[in-house]
Design a protein around this ligand. Structure first.
Ligand code: FUB
Length: 316
C-alpha cells in the first residue's frame, strides 16, 4: 500500500535513518478495489470500494462484496475488511457495484447498487445502516430503496445504479444516481425513504457515476461521460440546480473503461479519488483505486486532474 524510502543520512560523525513515506498510484495494491466513495468522519477518511474478483479482463465484472479502508494521511490505508456483501440484501442476487456512505445523527447509511432477484428486472439501489463507519452494515429496509419499475422512462434495466448521497448544510438529504439518465430524489429525515418524486437532470454525454459535493459556496456534480469514460462536471449555487456544465475534469484512464470518482476535502486539501486498471494484471474488470490532488480556481471551477503514478504527498 505504500512505498518506503529509507535514506541513510550521515551527519556530523553519526548516521541517522530518515523514513520518507510517499504514496503511489494505484494507492491500494494488495487487493483489487473499484468504485471508490470516501467519507471524512471524526478526522479519519473512510474509503469504501467494490472488490473486483474477475480472473481476467476478457469477461465482465465479478463483484460480491464491498470493502472499507481508513487513513489519516491519505497514503497509509488500513484494510478494515468487508462491511457489507450482496448476500446481506435478501432480495438481491448479485453485483456489488458502486456505493456511497454518509453519516447522519451518529448512524452510517450505505447506499449501494445490486442486481435485484428475479421478482424485479435489472439493477436496484439498496440502503444498509450501521452504528460504525466500518460496519457491519445491515439492510435497513428489507427491500430495494429504488428499483427499475420506479423509472420507466428509460428502456434499459441498468439505469438505477451508482447512488451517491449528499447532506446539505441545512440537514436536507439527497440521493443522486443513474445510468444514461442522471437522476436525484430527496431523502426523508430517516435516510431510508424517498421524500417526493425522482427528478431527471440534463448533463451532456452522461453515462453514470453521478456524485455531488460542496466546496465553498458552490455545489458540484461530477459524472462519467461517454464510454470509455472521462469525468465531467457541472456547478450550481443550489443542490437542486440549475446546473451549469463546466467541462472535462479527468481524461480517460486508458487502461480501464471506467473511472468512477469521489471528491473530498481533508485537512485543507482536496482529493480526487478514482480507479484505473493500473496493476500488472489490471484492466476494465480488475481495477484499483488511485488518489490525486484536486485544485480549485478562484472562481470555483476545478483545474483538470493530473493523474500521476506517484500519488499524493501524505497529509500532515
Ligand atoms: O463497478 C461496476 C460499475 O462500473 C459501476 O457501477 C460503474 O460506476 C462503473 O465503475
Amino acid at each position: 500500500m505504500k512505498n518506503k524510502i529509507f535514506a541513510a543520512i550521515a551527519a556530523t560523525g553519526f548516521a541517522t535513518t530518515a523514513v520518507i513515506t510517499h504514496a503511489a498510484n494505484p494507492a491500494i495494491t494488495d487487493v483489487l478495489t473499484a468504485d471508490p466513495a470516501a467519507m471524512v468522519h471524526d478526522g479519519t477518511v473512510y474509503l469504501y470500494t467494490g472488490h473486483d474478483e474477475a480472473k481476467d479482463n476478457k469477461g465482465f465484472y465479478e463483484m460480491h462484496k464491498w470493502l472499507v479502508f481508513s487513513s489519516t494521511d491519505m497514503v497509509n490505508w488500513k484494510n478494515e475488511g468487508s462491511p457489507l456483501a450482496v448476500k446481506d440484501f435478501k432480495w438481491a442476487r448479485g453485483d456489488a457495484w458502486a456505493s456511497h456512505v454518509v453519516e447522519k445523527d451518529g448512524k452510517f447509511y450505505f447506499y449501494t447498487t445490486v442486481r435485484h432477484d428475479e421478482t424485479k428486472p435489472g439493477f436496484a439501489i439498496g440502503v444498509a445502516v450501521s452504528d460504525s463507519p466500518t460496519g457491519p452494515f445491515k439492510d435497513a429496509l428489507g427491500k430495494a430503496l429504488i428499483s427499475n419499475d420506479m423509472t420507466t422512462d428509460t428502456k434499459i434495466d441498468w439505469d438505477d445504479l451508482d447512488p451517491a448521497a449528499f447532506i446539505d448544510d441545512n440537514g436536507e438529504a439527497y440521493l443522486f444516481f443513474g445510468n444514461t439518465k442522471p437522476r436525484w430524489a430527496k431523502l426523508k429525515d430517516n435516510m431510508i425513504e424517498l421524500d417526493g418524486p425522482i427528478h431527471s437532470l440534463d448533463l451532456p454525454n452522461f453515462t453514470e457515476a453521478l456524485y455531488a459535493h460542496k466546496h465553498g459556496d458552490y455545489y458540484y456534480l461530477t459524472y462519467a461521460m461517454g464510454f470509455p469514460e472521462k469525468i465531467g462536471y457541472a456547478m450550481s449555487k443550489s443542490i437542486e440546480g440549475p446546473w451549469e456544465y463546466k467541462g472535462i475534469l479527468n481524461e480517460l484512464a486508458g487502461n480501464s473503461n471506467t473511472n468512477h470518482q469521489s471528491i473530498i476535502d481533508y485537512k485543507d486539501r482536496s482529493f480526487f479519488i478514482y480507479h484505473n486498471g493500473g496493476t500488472p494484471e489490471g484492466g476494465s474488470f480488475r481495477r484499483s483505486v488511485c488518489i490525486d490532488d484536486l485544485y480549485y480556481n478562484e472562481d470555483g471551477t476545478i483545474k483538470r486532474i493530473v493523474m500521476t503514478s506517484e500519488g499524493v504527498d501524505p497529509v500532515k
